[in-house]
Design a protein around this ligand. Structure first.
Ligand code: G6P
Length: 372
């Protein structure tokens, strides 16, 4: 009902505005004396955490893209090889699992059957299992050795928004906890990143202000036949998520690509007027990666693409080649996905709305898929 939506036009619109709280509530209580400390992880035992030699993140859909972001962070901070596998692929490929393997499942509902079966499989094969979940008392946490709950609050819209940013937040917490316990990050770095994590909710609130401009863009683009998304490094999973949101909500053919793959195939798709969103990495991270993405933008622009960039405030290098610029506040480059995804969530919702579609209940989809 309208009252449940608190005056919003849809649950999705309401849940997008709850993104800052989802991050804040997931971090709350997990930074102690300036350092990330997740008690639920300590339950696995610090010796166990120090002995892990491989992490496999398993999930489906949007949660798998949260996993991809997390894989960059955990690997960089905790110096453990991390990979992401779709739950339904993981289980049937005869994976190598040892007692030093940590299998981390990510599920908003905690009921996704593909992920549940993968967790049971991992446990029986002898892995340690950790669940990242948004639903207290659901099945996947009960089947896992430990659980780190995300605190996004109930998510009603079928397309995941605030639960996604909460999942990424939880994975940052896991990465920083492991970096501390395994001493792979210096104390000053652990403190700086913990502080930045606490500053993220205010920055997410700032990004929400792009809403009206993004809505206008969505209206102009509502007759698009296909939309492409490019990203690199932690921006790559955000390109995938931007494309998935558009498919789910607006029924538009959308594809996300790693920007570095452009020349290996996708550039053939670029024709006059083809809309392309580009998630531009911060120049304060790797200047090299940043310049490579700027070159990609020049290449597609020269072939007629309509380029919409998401770039950090003050990044003037993209301005000459962009048709539209959406700016996000400055953050540690590892944290940018949480900021960059917000305009893409809004874009998909507004475009679906402009087409007169039901944004909370897209056709053929279910909030939680409880069959294999
Ligand atoms: C369904 C939903 C997606 C969601 C996926 C995983 O397909 O439509 O939005 O990302 O399930 O859901 P989970 O509850 O496991 O995060």
């Amino acid at each position: 009902s309208a009252s449940e939506k608190g005056g919003w036009s849809s649950f999705m619109a309401k849940e997008i505005t709850e993104n800052p709280d989802a991050v804040a509530n997931t971090v709350r209580g997990r930074v102690v004396d300036g350092l990330v400390n997740v008690p639920e992880l300590s339950e696995l035992g610090d010796d166990v955490l120090r002995g892990i030699n491989r992490i496999i993140l398993i999930a489906c859909g949007t949660a798998s893209y949260a996993g991809m972001v997390g894989s960059y962070a955990i690997e960089a901070w905790a110096r453990i090889p991390v990979e992401v596998q779709l739950s339904h692929e993981f289980r049937y490929r005869d994976p190598v699992i040892t007692p030093e393997t940590l299998v981390v499942s990510i599920s908003q509902s905690g009921e996704t059957m593909d992920t549940l079966m993968a967790v049971k499989f991992a446990r029986e094969a002898g892995a340690r299992t950790l669940s990242i979940c948004n639903t207290q008392g659901s099945t996947i946490p009960r089947e896992s050795d430990a659980v780190v709950y995300t605190h996004a609050g109930p998510e009603v819209a079928v397309a995941s928004t605030k639960a996604f940013v909460a999942q990424i937040t939880a994975l940052y917490l896991v990465g920083l906890h492991l970096g501390r316990v395994r001493s792979t990050l210096a104390d000053a770095e652990l403190r700086r990143l913990a502080r930045e994590l606490q500053e993220l909710p205010a920055k997410v609130t700032e990004v929400l202000k792009t809403g009206p401009a993004v809505a206008q863009l969505a209206k102009w683009m509502s007759d698009s036949q296909a939309v492409l998304f490019l990203g690199r490094n932690v921006g790559y999973p955000i390109a995938l998520e931007g494309a998935l949101k558009l498919k789910e909500l607006a029924y538009i053919h959308a594809e996300g690509f790693a920007a570095g793959e452009l020349k290996h195939g996708p550039i053939a798709l670029i024709d006059h007027g083809q809309p392309v969103f580009v998630v531009v990495p911060s120049p304060r991270g790797s200047a090299l990666i940043h310049s490579k993405v700027v070159s990609n933008i020049q290449e597609i622009r020269a072939r007629g693409a309509r380029v919409i960039v998401i770039a950090e405030l003050g990044d003037a290098s993209v301005l000459p080649y962009a048709d539209e610029v959406i700016t996000i506040p400055l953050a540690d480059p590892m944290f940018e996905p949480i900021l960059a995804v917000i305009p893409l969530q809004i874009f998909a919702m507004e475009l679906a709305d402009a087409k007169g579609l039901d944004v909370d209940q897209p056709r053929n989809l279910a909030k939680s898929v409880t069959v294999e």
